[in-house]
Design a protein around this ligand. Structure first.
Ligand SMILES: [Zn+2]
Length: 285
């Protein structure tokens, strides 16, 4: 599942391709990804609108739309879910299999492809409003991290992934930032002292920032499956592609040597997710 860095790289790539375009038509091929509105309501709401910007918070992406002769913008939110992908293609190209939604943009079109239909396209803003601070926003300070961790018995890794508290970290980057900060994934979030909170806050910035930097260096065009669409960057439906594995310190590296101390990396089940960590570097205090 794409996490904050992947969605930010996607946003940076899409923005120059989409800003200034007008939505000439809107088609829903998989009604399940449109909710709570009906496909017709969504079509009526966006057709004829211009795209003024592409925004992101946490793992959510949105298009800032404006109606003709209006300056007021409103978001069309797109959540990629597990397997959702966005492509900008020529309108004459054949549609990819599993296309869920198509926004016609004159000679181009924006295609939302979603094999498993866990993604979502909506004009409703509740999901955005329920998100905690974006993990890379300037408002997300060490104090805010402390506030997100206060008064809970939840393990730090589980809390880090709760989008209502901090938006953007999923299973992969939660493992990565905890290793970088040398924090055990199993320790209760509220037990972390200030020194550890500072290290973790730094690790979040450093890890996500570095991943975005790496992603922006790749020549991605998001034109479709099998081209330079970032499949090797996003990984496939079954997980991260082999080429992207080298980006990670611990995630997906069970049994390999920890890059810090050389001990074997361990995989454990935690809240039904695979947690990768170094038992030597990441001890509970
Ligand atoms: Zn280690």
């Amino acid at each position: 599942m794409p996490e904050l860095p992947e969605v930010e790289v996607l946003r940076c790539n899409l923005e120059p391709l989409l800003v200034g375009k007008r939505i000439s038509d809107f088609q829903v091929l998989k009604p399940r990804v449109v909710r709570p509105e009906s496909p017709q309501q969504l079509e009526d709401g966006v057709t004829g609108c211009s795209i003024k910007g592409v925004g992101r918070k946490g793992k959510f992406l949105w298009l800032d739309l404006a109606k003709a002769r209006s300056r007021a913008t409103f978001p069309l939110t797109i959540h990629l879910g597990m397997t959702g992908r966005l492509f900008v293609q020529d309108s004459g190209d054949p549609l990819p299999v599993h296309t869920a939604v198509v926004l016609g943009l004159g000679r181009k079109r924006l295609v939302f492809r979603d094999p498993r239909s866990f993604g979502r396209v909506t004009l409703e803003t509740d999901s955005l409003n329920q998100l905690g601070l974006d993990a890379l926003s300037v408002d997300f300070t060490v104090d805010q991290l402390g506030a997100a961790f206060a008064r809970t018995i939840q393990a730090v890794k589980v809390r880090l992934m709760d989008q209502r508290h901090i938006a953007g970290l999923g299973n992969i980057y939660a493992c990565e930032v905890l290793h970088r900060a040398r924090v055990s994934p199993f320790v209760a979030a509220s037990e972390l002292r200030l020194a550890k909170l500072k290290l973790l806050h730094q690790a979040i910035h450093a890890t996500l920032g570095r991943q975005i930097e790496l992603g922006l260096k790749l020549k991605l065009d998001f034109a479709g499956e099998g081209k330079s669409d970032g499949l090797f960057y996003f990984g496939s439906a079954s997980g991260q592609a082999p080429q992207s594995r080298e980006r990670f310190r611990v995630y997906g590296r069970e049994g390999e040597a920890c890059p810090t101390c050389g001990s074997k990396i361990v995989r454990a089940e935690q809240s039904k997710r695979g947690t990768f960590f170094c038992p030597q570097c990441q001890q509970s205090e």
